[in-house]
Design a protein around this ligand. Structure first.
Ligand code: HAM
Length: 415
């Protein structure tokens, strides 16, 4: 029986991990620069946490969650996203009592049982940030700048930022009624998916990927024309801040995110280098969510970005080649005695921060030299009876071919 990786999941192989580590280090550095601190929450949580926050009627909760009963018959779910868990931890650990604004970030795997395709996996990775405690549009902009800065630091500068306001509990209900009435007029012509959404989640109809739906709803009422005073002011300030920072953006009145917890600001960053799954990152404000999950009413905003999609863009733009540094030194041992000596020396050198390698397969000298070349070792030292007797050897610089006499007991590898 040959086992295979599960559909929609992927191995990240050693040739790829250097690029992943590079991305992760840029993410961490930028998050720290912006004052965000890492939180690590469990991979699985009570199912109710996600159902409650993301919304029972969303695609994620109704179709895509990996939920199962554990041995004590509790329903648990592999996290489909990071926000709900971060807020659960924020409330449970009273993080808000330590400071009025809590800035968190996370990096890790998420799970959604979607139909796999390019850029859409069942186990994928996200980095994301959440700022909990401020209603100010300044923090909305900080969140966008944070995401953009990460992309720019990675050499990606071709992307588009779309923003919208999805209103709040004051203005959205009235808008929903108006939208439902408008959609009912064209109901019979809409796709089956959109028809189903009219009553339950009408805003998602505007976001339909179906071309015919998009044409039909081209003139549908948009929430921006129905925002209450507070939401309108928030959105206008956000826009003026973006303008003053010369951060290019596009207002997309149809941008509705696939998660129900958003209020006011919603945004998405997409790349034309990706196919139909072109969203690199998405986020928005969730001023009611902390309360919804049992905490005090506390405003918040966040975003999350898919790492596999980011890798696809890096690959396509040719900024993808990251490598782990090669060994500093490769010992070529001529006999067993020399192999044992080299083995001890390898450990000693590694302990002093020099990466040294030896041959573990008792190969011929020629094969050992080939191996040193394959690993692109910077230096090679041939060790045999004569070298061990004289306690000296010839350190070969593999780039220049130059050989230098060295003392075995005080080996010094040039940096
Ligand atoms: P989301 O839009 O569901 O938002 O996901 C954010 C990003 O994760 C997407 O833009 C995409 O790059 C990536 N992503 C999502 N699903 C997949 C998949 N199946 N395969 C590969 N990549 C995927 C959230 O998750 C929210 N929690 C964002 C947020 C944080 N809002 C406020 N705070």
């Amino acid at each position: 029986m040959k086992y295979r990786v599960i559909k929609g999941t992927k191995d990240i192989l050693p040739v790829e991990t250097a690029a992943w580590q590079h991305v992760e280090s840029v993410v961490r550095r930028t998050m720290h620069l912006f004052g965000y601190r890492e939180i690590r929450t469990p991979i699985f949580e009570q199912t109710g946490l996600f159902a409650r926050s993301i919304g029972e009627l969303t695609d994620i909760v109704s179709k895509e969650m990996y939920s199962f009963l554990d041995r004590s018959k509790e329903s648990v779910t592999l996290r489909p996203e990071g926000t709900a868990a971060a807020l659960r931890a924020y409330i449970e650990n009273s993080l808000g009592e330590q400071s009025p604004l809590t800035k968190l970030y996370y990096i890790g795997p998420m799970f959604r049982q979607e139909r796999p395709q390019a850029g859409r996996l069942r186990q994928f990775h996200q980095f994301g940030a959440e700022a909990i405690g401020s209603p100010s549009p300044l923090i909305d902009v900080e969140m966008m700048l944070l995401a953009v800065e990460i992309y720019r630091s990675l050499g990606i500068d071709k992307f588009s930022l779309k923003i919208n306001s999805v209103g709040c509990e004051q203005c959205r209900p009235r808008y929903k009624e108006i939208l439902i009435a408008a959609l009912k007029n064209i109901e019979s012509q809409l796709s089956p998916d959109s028809r189903m959404r009219i009553d339950q989640n009408p805003l998602r109809v505007l976001d339909s990927k179906d071309e015919h739906d998009r044409l039909l709803t081209a003139g549908a009422p948009l929430i921006k024309d129905y925002l209450c005073g507070d939401c309108k002011k928030h959105f206008e300030t956000l826009i003026s801040l973006l303008d003053s920072l010369a951060l290019p953006y596009e207002v997309d009145g149809r941008l509705v995110r696939g998660l129900d917890y958003y209020t006011k600001t919603a945004f998405e960053i997409s790349s034309a280098m990706l196919g139909s799954q072109d969203a690199l990152a998405g986020g928005g404000r969730y001023d009611l969510l902390v309360e919804e999950l049992g905490g005090k009413r506390t405003p918040g905003i966040g975003f999350a970005a898919g790492i596999e999609r980011l890798m696809m863009v890096l690959e396509k733009s040719g900024t993808h080649s990251f490598t782990v540094p090669p060994p500093d030194l490769f010992f070529v041992a001529l006999d067993d005695h020399a192999r044992r000596w080299s083995f001890g020396k390898t450990y000693e050198l590694r302990r002093s921060g020099i990466s040294a390698e030896i041959d573990y397969l008792a190969r011929s000298i020629k094969a050992q030299m080939r191996e040193a070349n394959r690993q692109s070792a910077r230096y090679v030292l041939v060790v045999g009876e004569a070298e061990l007797a004289s306690r000296t050897g010839k350190l070969k610089n593999m780039k220049t071919g130059e050989e230098t006499e060295v003392t075995l007991d005080a080996l010094n590898i040039p940096r």
